[in-house]
Design a protein around this ligand. Structure first.
Ligand code: 6PG
Length: 225
């Protein structure tokens, strides 16, 4: 896939603020079109800033359905879990019914959690919006370079992740691409190298998410020019 449409912002806060506006607009459109807004949240620092901005905004929260793009196999209340970050920055501050926040039961171990969440994802597709970050090695969600998975699956159990913890659960590239809109939030100088490799056509995990309506939102520090 060629490099998607992109937009460069002065800094991470500006990326987070603009992503927040786009998410609110997508929610309004989805709820008026079909009554619900199904969004997949990413882990990472820029998404967290965006969630804090969302938590201070107005939306038709009762019609939001929130999914987690990847989860770390840690105890339920561990602060490093992506679901705990999402709760601390967004879902515990707005009136989304808790039954509409779909957590990955990663505390049960990667295999059973991936299996259970595949059923949840199957019932949710297509998503209205998917958010993704990118790691310094070109990973996204918990899809890491050099790992191979059954491409037809909706979720994957992940072991030996180079970013701790080693055991994780991830939505597959196929699930993450099955969305009406995809936003990739990428900030910081550490992202220049993988962005250069991605633009040169390297098949990094992030480059395998082939959603039609993708926008890469970058800060100036991340952009390698
Ligand atoms: C995780 C994340 C991961 C993250 C990237 C970017 O669970 O670790 O889902 O894929 O999005 O590593 O993170 P930053 O935005 O913090 O650089």
């Amino acid at each position: 896939m060629s490099f998607p449409e992109y937009e460069i912002f002065p800094d991470g806060q500006a990326v987070a603020a603009s992503a927040c506006e786009r998410i609110l607009a997508a929610a309004e459109q989805a709820i008026s079109d079909h009554g619900t807004f199904k969004i997949v949240l990413a882990g990472g620092t820029t998404p967290e800033a965006c969630y804090r901005a969302l938590a201070d905004s107005d939306s038709d929260w009762v019609n939001w359905h929130v999914y987690i793009g990847d989860e770390r196999c840690l105890p339920v209340d561990e602060p490093d879990r992506n679901s705990v970050m999402a709760a601390r920055s967004l879902t515990s501050h707005v009136p989304i019914p808790s039954s509409q926040v779909y957590l990955i039961p990663a505390e049960q171990g990667a295999e059973p959690a991936a299996k259970a969440y595949a059923d949840v994802v199957a019932g949710a597709l297509p998503f209205d919006m998917v958010l993704l970050g990118m790691g310094e090695d070109g990973h996204t969600a918990s899809l890491f370079p050099g790992h191979s998975h059954d491409e037809s699956a909706l979720t994957h159990a992940v072991h030996n992740a180079p970013k701790p913890p080693p055991d994780r659960v991830s939505l597959s590239a196929k699930s993450l691409a099955n969305t009406r809109k995809l936003l990739m939030l990428i900030t910081g100088t550490g992202k220049q190298e993988p962005l250069t490799r991605w633009r040169a056509g390297e098949n990094l995990p992030i480059a395998t998410i082939n959603a039609e309506n993708t926008l890469v939102m970058l800060d100036e520090a991340a952009w390698p020019e």
